[in-house]
Ligand binder design. Structure first.
Ligand SMILES: Nc1ncnc2c1ncn2[C@@H]1O[C@H](COP(=O)(O)OP(=O)(O)OP(=O)(O)O)[C@@H](O)[C@H]1O
Length: 647
């Protein structure tokens, strides 16, 4: 029920359009029902009053009565009695409608009257269809407005989540929310608007006709229809359950595709195509099994529905037929009743089919509302920040990704300072917590205890978007978009960065020369994830992106680790260039890159083992010296080996 209410809240901004749909639906239903039921008796009059119809045949009805003449009087003068005359004598309302139409269609001859009736039919149906068209446009506009809002909200909610949320969710599932589930809700809106706003009026008007024809028979028919609804609902509940599993599987399939296509290089390099294909085939087999199960139920609904409704009509015919035999009802009356009941079938059918569609839609809506109901763990602070003048400090910071008590700390009482204008390097073994330090400073996660301050202010009090905007980051993994070089560099700033700034940043990052060599220069498209560039070029674009916003603090996280020696030298030059006169934190494995740092912090299993300048640490004879000796003896050995090979 809560889901339905939340769903209605999404429809609320379209309430004026929904009211219009209601009005147009009422007019459409009235037009379709009244036009048929008003002219039926007239047509009957025309075709049964005389066997031969000629131009000269005059209808025996009088000239339309003067306005002051009682209509009943004129009707009584019609010689030919309609086949269901007694039906139309049931009450005065029907009689006056009939009189109205008789007056409307009155002509000197039967032919003239017939022509008028036919022209009226064309007019009434054209009008009805015009209203149907208007209604469809209105419904489409409501449905697109609602789903646009829902899709925007879902995307906004997801993108505002803390990084940890994305670590736990699969990308394919997130895409499934934004794409497929919103589409499912979209389909539900159109179906339910048609079924619950348009169809009820047709049903009501038809019901009024049925009740006026024979109320006992109508109650009998309603009992039958009630039974049908119970059966359809049972199927619907089962369908909802299956749909839930199906949606989950769809999300999984998206994730699998995403992962496999992203990792295509690894799959190809391991010649694992056939293994992946076999895995995918087993997945699609299971997927197909689920689809068959769902469609077995879904497809049964329409025929089951129709059969049950026809059975209801047959029962009504049987029940009514007995009344006719007993003389309690006219034969014509029963036929008109059966025809009306058949006409009510369309909207009834659309009701029950809408019910199953709504079940599926609500599964999707439930899942979307649970995404919308998820609050980010990181609460934004309100203090503005666009720079700092003294220092950034880690004060006794403890942190772990896994919140359970028994999980070990990834950062254990870490304290250090980065003063304005300094370059501080973080080194240490893989997994010692260097990247985590950077992530905490960017407030991707919050510290468990202790605090991180900028000029003495806890970063939890700061607006983290502004905080992130003043920091330029070149991370381990270079992330580029399938766009032009210019757009990729400009991604670092809000709004369109001026071209001169892009070129300046590219020059700082040693990227300008290779960009100029490209046929379209800065307009060159770089392909998915920058696939059309080399590793070193990608790194330099990432540096240019960090530089374009002229950041207060630069963070280089393992920026050169994935490169060969030659590329590393070029990128290192770019880094050195970028670091001039700037506060920076450099995370590195290769100690050669951090020799010039003002301070080097050596991390070991989440705590700071030692810190100082290169010379101080070398003379300390501790961990740093050990790493240094291992790295440089390794490099020396490599060099020796490669020169002996050459010889
Ligand atoms: N998102 C995460 N969820 C859970 N554990 C994580 C996550 N990210 C990192 N860790 C763990 O935290 C520890 C520190 O990781 P971190 O990436 O900070 O190390 P690092 O020193 O930067 O390593 P490397 O030099 O290999 O990048 C590691 O044990 C790692 O397995």
């Amino acid at each position: 029920m809560k889901v339905y209410l939340r769903f209605l809240r999404y429809l609320a901004p379209s309430k004026s359009r929904i009211s219009l749909v209601v009005i147009v639906s009422m007019i459409t239903s009235l037009l379709s029902v009244v036009s048929i039921y008003s002219i039926l008796p007239l047509l009957n009059t025309l075709f049964t009053s005389s066997s031969t119809v000629s131009q000269e045949t005059q209808i025996t009805a009088p000239v339309p009565p003067p306005t002051d003449q009682a209509p009943e009087k004129s009707v009584s003068k019609i010689k030919a009695k309609p086949f269901n005359q007694n039906i139309f004598n049931i009450d005065e309302a029907k009689e006056s409608i009939k009189i109205f139409f008789e007056k409307l269609f009155y002509a000197e001859s039967k032919q003239g009257m017939l022509l008028k009736v036919c022209l009226f039919l064309i007019f009434a149906f054209a009008l009805k269809n015009l209203f149907i068209y208007i209604n469809k446009q209105l419904i489409y506009s409501i449905e697109t407005k609602t789903t646009k809002r829902l899709r925007d909200d879902v995307f906004e909610n997801i993108i505002e989540m803390q990084l940890d949320y994305f670590n736990k969710q699969r990308v394919g599932s997130l895409m499934h929310h934004v794409n497929h589930e919103v589409q499912m809700v979209n389909n539900t809106i159109s179906t339910s608007l048609v079924s619950f706003l348009q169809a009820p009026f047709s049903v009501i008007v038809f019901l009024v006709v049925l009740l006026s024809l024979n109320w006992q028979l109508t109650l009998f028919a309603l009992a039958d229809v009630g039974l049908i609804f119970i059966i359809i609902r049972t199927v619907g509940v089962r369908l909802k359950k299956l749909a839930k599993g199906f949606e989950r599987e769809m999300g999984n399939m998206n994730s699998i595709l995403q992962e496999k296509f992203n990792g295509i290089k690894v799959i190809k390099a391991s010649a694992f195509e056939d293994v992946e294909f076999a895995r995918f085939k087993s997945f699609t087999t299971d997927f197909r099994r689920r689809m068959i199960k769902i469609n077995r139920l879904r497809n049964i609904i329409s025929p089951l529905n129709e059969t049950l409704l026809i059975a209801a009509i047959a029962m009504v015919l049987w029940f009514g037929g007995i009344q006719v035999f007993e003389g309690r009802m006219e034969g014509n009356e029963l036929l008109l009743f059966a025809f009306t009941l058949y006409s009510v079938m369309g909207p009834m059918k659309s009701f029950s089919e809408a019910y199953t569609q709504i079940q599926r839609g609500m599964v999707a809506a439930e899942s979307l509302f649970s995404v919308l109901g998820t609050e980010p763990d990181i609460q934004n602070g309100s203090r503005p920040i666009n720079g700092f003048s003294h220092s950034i400090r880690f004060e006794d910071v403890c942190f772990k990704y896994n919140k359970s008590n028994s999980a070990p700390y990834v950062l254990d009482h870490v304290s250090f300072e980065v003063r304005k204008g300094e370059m501080v390097a973080l080194v240490g073994q893989s997994g010692s917590g260097k990247s985590t330090v950077v992530d905490l400073l960017l407030r991707f996660y919050d510290v468990h205890s202790g605090k991180i301050t900028i000029d003495g202010v806890d970063i939890r009090q700061l607006d983290y978007k502004q905080l992130r905007r003043m920091i330029g980051v070149v991370s381990q993994e270079v992330i580029l978009f399938n766009d032009s070089i210019e757009q990729n560099i400009g991604y670092g700033v809000h709004g369109q960065a001026p071209h001169e700034n892009i070129v300046k940043a590219a020059k700082l990052a040693n990227a300008h020369a290779f960009i100029e060599e490209k046929p379209l220069k800065y307009k060159t498209q770089i392909g998915d994830r920058g696939i059309q560039l080399s590793g070193g070029q990608r790194q330099r674009l990432a540096i240019a992106r960090a530089m374009v916003k002229n950041p207060e603090l630069l963070i280089f996280d393992e920026a050169t680790s994935a490169l060969d020696n030659e590329s590393e030298k070029i990128v290192q030059k770019a880094i050195d260039h970028a670091l001039e006169n700037r506060t920076a934190i450099v995370v590195a494995h290769r100690l050669s890159t951090v020799k010039n740092a003002d301070r080097i912090i050596v991390m070991e299993r989440g705590h700071i083992a030692e810190s100082g300048s290169h010379d101080e640490l070398m003379s300390n004879n501790g961990l740093y010296k050990m790493y240094h000796d291992i790295q440089f003896s390794g490099t020396a050995k490599e060099k020796k080996e490669s020169s002996s090979h050459k010889r």
